[in-house]
Every structure is written in structure tokens, then in C-alpha cells.
Design a protein around this ligand. Structure first.
Ligand code: SAH
Length: 633
């Protein structure tokens, strides 16, 4: 007998009771390895034969089923979600039928319901839509023309799209072409019900951008329709712990957000360990972290709050991988390694993971030592506890410059990990490396061993620049995140579309990398300008407005316009606003600037201009770069 069983969307406890029993009884299980949570297989009995269909053809699957049947075994074919939705079960059933092998289906919770749960969404909201269309974009499997997205979109009902995350642009175009207004709410739900679940609320017209910025290309559903209006979840696009390409700058008014991005989770398993964890949390909070402590024990009265550790440690670790920047285990490193093992993916995105032994003798940065900051945190914690930091990364043990740490500590986006690795290897081998950056950002006296500043960009192996890297760039480009301010002026009533096009064109023609952009700056007169506000909102950019006198107060050779002065009270909006915003958000008191004998805001700000005023269709744009003094350890 073959049972087609729905495994549910991901969380192992979202399988049906019947499905679970079938897994327990199975002699043979064939599971869809690309999407089914392997944790479900733990319920299989000892000696159960397990096959991953991700590596099998239909013929091989049928051969396994046939062999099982010949031995009178129970065979479970485990499909993600519900088997009836894009499960390719019919072709298997046809083959079984031909061979006279009996089969039965056991339903499951489809990912479309997992996704609705993640959003607290009702698909069929009275007065909004009473129909759900389930479809997909055509891929290798064609979709009949009369069911094209464009045709289905005419109904403007709720729509759930499977298997389409890799084709967002085409999808959005079809949805809009078919009848949905571009601003119709949309959602992307990635890995619904898995620990790494992510949800993004957006609009149809920025679906593609949202997916791109958050690197969503698969295992996601797209939901569109007005039922999403006011959907329960806060959009992760606005969640500061989640980095998007256009994330807003963390300036003073966003301090609260910044704190959230510094989430740390601590776990401990003994009474002593819990007290130590409480102490570590108190210390880390002084350093700007936001800490939560979990434990199987109570901890010290009056100390940091302790949350009871009730779920399995792996479940805990999975959740913390998704919501924390740092995990600190107080206890044995083996416990930590086992807990985090399934979630370890990438040294550029994994959180910092540290282990502190119960007697506070050693602090071990286990994971993400460089970009994730585990080494830095281990050194700080060791200083605080009087412990030894147990560092194992080659550049650290040999006291050499590590470009990935340097990038992480200075807010520079590392654009190419292969080049970064090669640079670290060359430095370890004793080779000298040229570095180049914006004027005044690198202090000669700070440069570490083997790092040499070079003026000719050609000779540089590390190039710090706000420009988008060229295709054939040889150097490793490090992009200073959120450092370029775009000054913008426009006629009253300029549309969002016109502003966006001009903004886009401006970035492209000057190769300004979107990751380098901090925000938009303008004159207070434009505070209510709808198009401008909409553009900032859409791109998640900070907005700064200045009074005419503040702008006029800057001295320097800005482009002058008598007409603009008459209208606004300053001779130039975009250049001055960009410079003022850049000056205010950048560092100012460095020796490099003082040595130029420029002490006032008025003088310093003008030197920050990197692109002079450009004008098109009543929109003026300019760009300025906030100053930073890069730190080497
Ligand atoms: N039978 C499955 C769908 C299989 S097709 C079900 O009922 O859910 C595979 C597609 O399902 C993926 O490309 C993705 O669009 C979607 N999918 C599967 N699991 C998902 C999950 N946990 N979260 C979001 N989408 C998921």
C-alpha cells in the first residue's frame, strides 16, 4: 500500500494526526527533500528505509514503491503542504494503477494556509473578496492560456501564487496588465511556519523590488488582493532587524530601531550558568544590546529577567537565528553546536554565536567571528569577565588585518566574498595590499601591517566607494552603507512617478549604489509634497527638511539661481540640502577635518558634494557624501 501524505507547510507539528501515524507505521518513506521538513522523519520507526525524491526520477520513485509493495510493506510518499496542490501525485498514481498497486491520499495543511496564518489573514473577507484563485506563473510546466495570470487578474479577487518567486517582475506586470491597480496590497511569505519564516507586505508594483531586496527567490508564496489591507503582521520591510537594500539610516530619531537591530539571546542550563547569563546580559545591555535570557533554571532574584526554556533547544535556536544578531550559550560548546547545526548557513548572514563556560574561564566565538561580530563580542566579554577569548580565525591569531571584520565594523557592504577571501589569504602569506577610499577616510597612521594606502585606484585591491562596482572590477569593492544623501528640489505637485524616474536615472547615471543611499533631503517648503513623501516611503529612505535660512547659511560655490532664491529663499535647494544632511549625519570632529582648518558647519559641508545639481523636468538633484573616519583595530 502506498500512502500519499501531506507533510504540511514546514513546522513538524502541522502534519495531521493521521499523517503522523502513517509515518510511524511506514517501512519505506519517500519524501520531497527540497521542501519537506526532515524533522518529520524522526517519527519513523527504526529500520525504516528513507529516500529523498529530490534526487530521484519518477521511474526511480515508482521502482521503490513497486519493490515495497512486493514485500507487502507500507510505503509513505511524503509531499509538502497538501499533496493535491502542485504535488505531481497524479503521474505517480497513474503508474501505480497500471501496476495494480493500491494507494490512498492523506491530506495536509497547504503552505497557502501556513502563509495565511503567518499573516493572520482571512482570504475571504466579506465585502472585499469571496474568491481565492490559486495559480502560478508558467515555468517548465506550461499554464493553459485561458488561465494566464493576466486573464485571472481581471477578477481582482484574492490570489495565491505558488512557484512564482523567481519571476516576480513578469508576475507583477501580468497582474497589473490584467486589471489589479498597481497599488493593490501584496505579500510575500517565505518558508511559512519554518523557524526562518519571513513575511513582507508590499504592493503589486514593488513586489519584484521587495523580493530582490530581501533575496527571496524560492520557497515563497505571493498573495495579492485587498484582503491584505491592514493584515495583522507588521511588515518585515519596516523591521529594522531585517536588512533591506533601501533600509533607512539609523539617525537619532531612529535610535529605538537601532536598539532592536542589536537583539541578543542567551541560554543557560544550570543555576550557576543562569546567574552568569544574567550578568552577561546586564553588561551587554550597557553596551547597547537588547538581551533576553532563557533558562531551565530560575536565576538570581532581582537580576535580569529569565524566560523559562520550555521548547527543545533546537527549536529555540531556530527561532533565535531568525530574530537575533547574537546567541550566547552559557555551558558546554557541544550543546551549542548540536542546537545550531541545522540553521548554520552563511558566514555573511548567520548571527554571532558564542559559548561561555559556566565558570567564565573561556569565551568561544563559535560562528560568524568576522562579519557577524562574534570575535569582537568575545573580546569585549572576555575583558569584562576576566576570561580568555578563544579565537581561532587565522587573521586574528596571527594579528593580521581581516577585510571582512573591517567592513563589518565600519558599515561597509562586502560585495564579493571570493575576493575578500583571497585578500585575507594573501595577507596571511605576507603580501602587501593596496587600499583606496574617499579623501580623508583612511588615516595613514592607522593603517595596519601590510595595508598600504594608494592614490591610483588601479593599484588598489580594496576599493571603498559609494559607486556601484563595475562588472570587470578587479578590486574588492566595499560600499559605505547609508552614506550618500540625495538633495532634491521639485515643482509643486510633481508626481511620485516623475520623481522616482528622475531619482532612478540620477542614481544610475552616476553609478550611485542604492546601498550607499541614506536618504533624501530638501527644503521645509516641500514637507507636504506628496510625491516626495511617497518616494521616500516606497524606497524606505530617510527624509530631511531644512529651513531656507539653514540652507542659505552654507558658504561655498553652490550652483546659484536667482529664480529659486525668489521662490524659496535660498539660491539652491538640492546641493545645499544634500550637503547639510550629509554633514549632519557624518562624523565631524576628526583630526583629518580639523587639519584643514575648517571648523564651521558652513565651511565643511560644501566639501561633501559629490554630484552637482542636475535638472530635468522641473526636478533638481544633487548628492553629497557623509564623512567617515574608517577604523582599523
Ligand atoms: N503541495 C504544496 C505546494 C508544492 S509546490 C502545498 O500545498 O503547499 C512548491 C511551492 O509551494 C513553492 O514554490 C512555494 O511557492 C510553495 N511553498 C511550499 N512550502 C512553502 C512554505 N512553507 N512557505 C511558502 N511557500 C511554500
Amino acid at each position: 500500500m502506498v500512502y500519499f501524505v501531506g507533510a504540511g507547510p514546514g513546522a513538524p507539528d502541522l502534519i495531521t494526526v493521521r499523517g503522523q501515524r502513517l509515518i510511524e507505521q511506514a517501512d519505506v518513506i519517500i519524501y520531497a527533500g527540497s521542501l519537506v521538513n526532515p524533522e518529520l522523519l524522526q517519527a519513523a520507526k527504526a529500520g525504516c528505509q528513507i529516500h529523498n525524491s529530490a534526487f530521484m526520477t519518477l521511474e526511480e520513485v515508482i521502482a521503490v514503491m513497486t519493490a515495497a509493495e512486493q514485500e507487502n510493506k507500507v510505503c509513505v510518499r511524503l509531499h509538502t503542504g497538501d499533496p493535491s496542490i502542485y504535488g505531481a501525485i497524479r503521474e505517480q498514481m497513474d503508474e501505480l494503477q497500471k501496476r495494480g498497486i493500491p494507494y490512498e491520499s492523506c491530506p495536509g495543511v497547504s503552505s497557502m494556509f501556513g502563509a495565511a496564518a503567518a499573516l493572520n489573514l482571512e482570504y475571504t473577507l466579506p465585502g472585499v473578496s469571496q474568491t481565492v484563485i490559486i495559480s502560478r506563473t508558467a515555468g517548465r510546466t506550461p499554464v493553459p492560456e485561458r488561465e494566464s495570470i493576466r486573464q485571472l487578474a481581471a477578477h481582482q479577487s484574492t490570489m495565491v501564487l505558488f512557484l512564482s518567486a523567481g519571476q516576480m517582475e513578469a508576475l507583477a506586470e501580468e497582474l497589473i496588465g490584467g486589471g489589479y491597480p498597481p497599488e493593490t496590497p501584496a505579500a510575500i511569505v517565505y518558508k511559512a511556519s519554518w523557524p526562518e519564516e519571513k513575511t513582507f507586505l508590499c504592493r503589486i508594483d514593488n513586489l519584484a523590488e521587495t523580493a530582490r531586496a530581501n533575496k527571496i527567490t524560492k520557497t515563497a508564496l505571493v498573495i495579492v488582493g485587498n484582503v491584505l489591507q491592514g493584515a495583522g503582521q507588521r511588515s518585515k520591510l519596516y523591521d529594522p532587524t531585517f536588512s533591506t537594500e533601501f533600509r533607512a539610516a539609523a539617525e537619532p530619531e531612529q535610535q529605538a530601531d537601532k536598539m532592536m537591530s542589536q537583539n541578543a539571546a542567551l541560554a543557560s542550563f544550570t543555576q550557576e550558568g543562569t546567574q552568569l547569563a544574567q550578568g552577561i546580559a546586564d553588561y551587554m545591555e550597557q553596551e547597547g544590546w537588547d538581551c533576553r535570557v532563557w533558562s531551565t533554571h530560575k536565576g538570581r532574584e532581582g537580576g535580569h529577567e529569565v524566560i523559562p526554556l520550555q521548547v527543545g533547544l533546537q527549536d529555540w535556536a531556530g527561532k533565535r537565528f531568525a530574530d537575533s544578531r547574537a546567541l550566547v550559550f552559557v555551558g558546554a560548546s557541544g550543546i551549542a553546536v548540536r542546537a545550531i547545526a541545522p540553521f548554520v548557513k552563511d558566514k555573511l548572514t548567520d548571527p554571532a554565536v558564542l559559548v561561555v563556560d559556566e565558570a567564565a574561564k573561556h569565551v568561544i566565538p563559535l560562528l560568524s567571528g568576522h562579519v557577524g561580530g562574534a570575535n569582537r563580542l568575545a573580546k569585549d566579554l572576555s575583558d569584562h569577565l576576566g576570561a580568555d577569548p578563544v579565537l581561532t580565525t587565522a587573521t586574528d591569531v596571527r594579528g593580521r588585518f581581516a577585510v571582512d571584520t573591517f567592513a563589518a565594523e565600519n558599515g561597509l557592504v562586502l560585495t564579493d566574498r571570493v575576493k575578500a577571501k583571497k585578500i585575507s589569504a594573501d595577507i596571511l602569506a605576507g603580501q602587501e595590499i593596496g587600499i583606496s577610499g574617499p579623501e580623508g577616510w583612511l588615516g595613514k597612521e592607522d593603517l595596519p601591517h601590510l595595508i598600504r594606502q594608494t592614490e591610483e585606484a588601479d593599484a588598489a585591491r580594496i576599493l571603498i566607494d559609494w559607486r556601484q562596482p563595475q562588472e570587470n572590477e578587479k578590486a574588492l569593492c566595499l560600499i559605505p552603507e547609508k552614506s550618500v544623501w540625495i538633495g532634491i528640489g521639485c515643482k509643486k505637485g510633481t508626481s511620485e512617478k516623475a520623481l522616482e524616474e528622475a531619482f532612478e536615472e540620477f542614481l544610475q547615471s552616476h553609478r550611485i549604489d542604492p546601498r550607499a543611499v541614506a536618504g533624501l533631503a530638501s527644503i521645509s517648503l516641500k514637507k507636504e509634497e506628496k510625491g516626495l513623501l511617497a518616494l521616500a516611503e516606497k524606497r524606505q529612505l530617510s527624509l530631511r527638511f531644512y529651513e531656507a535660512e539653514q540652507l542659505e547659511g552654507l558658504a561655498g560655490d553652490f550652483s546659484e539661481s536667482a529664480f529659486v532664491r525668489e521662490q524659496t529663499g535660498t539660491s539652491n535647494v538640492c546641493e545645499r540640502a544634500a550637503c547639510l544632511a550629509a554633514w549632519r549625519s557624518g562624523e565631524r570632529d576628526s583630526a583629518a577635518w580639523r587639519s584643514r582648518e575648517q571648523d564651521s558647519e558652513a565651511r565643511e559641508a560644501r566639501d561633501l558634494l559629490i554630484v552637482k545639481k542636475e535638472k530635468a523636468d522641473g526636478i533638481t538633484l544633487a548628492a553629497a557624501l557623509a564623512y567617515r573616519r574608517l577604523k582599523f583595530e
